[in-house]
Design a protein around this ligand. Sequence first.
Ligand SMILES: [Zn+2]
Length: 435
Amino acid sequence: MVGQPYMLDPMVEAMPRDQLQDLQDQRLRRAVRRCYDRVEMYREKFDEAGITPDDIKSTADLPKLPLTTKDDLRARFPLRGLLAVPRGQVIRYHMTTGTTGKPTVSPLTRDDVFRAETALARCGAAIGIGSGDVVQMMFGYGLFAGSVLCQPAFEKILGAAVIPAGAALPSATQLDIMHDFRPDVVAATPSFLLHVIEVAKDKGIELNRLGVKGVLTGAEPSSEETRLKIAVAFGAVIYGDIYGMCELGPHFCVECPEHRGLHFNEEAFIPEIIDPDTGESLGPGEKGMLVITCLLKEAMPILRYQTKDITYLDDSPCVCGRTHTRIQRIMGRTDDMVKVKGVQIFPSQVEAVIRNVAEVKDSEFQMLVDRSRAAVDSMTVKVEAQEKTPELKQKLQDEFQRAFLGAHLKVELVDLGSLPRFSHKAQRLVDTRQL
Ligand SMILES: [Zn+2]
């Protein structure tokens, strides 16, 4: 029942660390051997780096392996020299929608699909989803892996009922469904939920009276302030930032009821943090780029994948009983990071500042910057506001100054409703060269 969290696979999720370590070492050796024997891209990479599968005996040897990038996969689009199984064993192809270039493809075998569904079922169990619960699924269906995997996970593994609303229906229709079917859980991207909240307000609907007990978010990073706002609006507990990546197979962690980061499914994936500039390995607590090795992926195994996501590892024990290492909430992507006068700024941090200023706490915003330059001197932030007063502009500028000491952020107040809304992933960082 929602609100009564449980562990779906305690034998795995709470496995003692020494056993887990042995399991990882054993699976890593097998995965590396398999990549070398079956995947052309890895054979080339290993040969180029002058290493053989025998050089990798345990997770401690991981830094010896070359990194894999999105460009490596794109260069072989769709799957040239990437498959480790005969095509007939692939039962599903997911792919990114290719908004930032050629799409990346994720072929899955029957077991790959089952593992991905299990990973999502663990997320559902951590909220307490089970038989008798109703979930309104508002993640997109289609090429995107989210809903297509989440739905069978919740239905078949957890026994809940799912309403496949998807992300294409307008917010007003989503609200009608919520009103008529009283889902226990709604699942969507934070940006879509913010839009639903806005529409509910316009229509005078009290969201917190619809009986939603849990909100499941994912597919894009969000600030603590946004999460709080969503939780308060629905009068529900928010779980989330279900985190995954299409090409990796695709979901790999679970947020436990303690809300202190995301436990990595370490029986199937190994997380590492590296310095994005030097590639050097970083320890727990040190912020850097997340790199992921798939231990069990059959169709398209991947070693040391550069996610471009910025976070840090936390290996301190968690009272929920899960023994798997946690990653902290994704702070942003290296692609989304802007350096203004040397100060690193992510859209999620700008959002956090805006959500704390009463007059604009519900406002949409946009960050305008010239991305052709590695470092810029200033950035303009457009913020929607009811009253476009010089006082409010100054107040926001002062708040940004406090948050990003040394960087100069210019504020431009714009009309309510004039900036783009997002039903899938928010794109609030805009390259001025494209305007
Ligand atoms: Zn935990």
